[in-house]
Design a protein around this ligand. Structure first.
Ligand code: SF4
Length: 85
């Protein structure tokens, strides 16, 4: 196993308390994010696999004006997640 292996899985979520429904995340990556009828965004799939998906999610997280996108890198442990941001 190399140190890069752990960078191929992540959990992504949107904090609905922070999200203002700008739609930027969906515009940047409709495959990963969508707006809900409740006026905020959500992840299409909570689990991400592959470096490309992680890089995209990281870019969206960096661009979200509210810091509402939480990315937890690493395999799912079944326990509480520790967000990267
Ligand atoms: S970019 Fe951020 S604030 Fe805008 S809809 Fe997505 S999560 Fe919400």
């Amino acid at each position: 196993m190399t140190s890069g292996d752990r960078e191929t899985e992540a959990t992504v979520r949107v904090d609905p308390r922070l999200c203002r429904g700008t739609g930027l995340c969906q515009a940047m990556s409709p495959a990963l994010f969508r707006l809900t009828g409740a006026g905020h965004a959500e992840a299409v799939e909570a689990r991400l696999t592959g470096p490309e998906a992680l890089e995209t999610a990281r870019s969206v997280a960096d661009c979200c004006p509210m810091g509402a996108v939480e990315l937890t890198v690493g395999p799912s442990t079944g326990g509480p997640d520790r967000p990267e941001r």
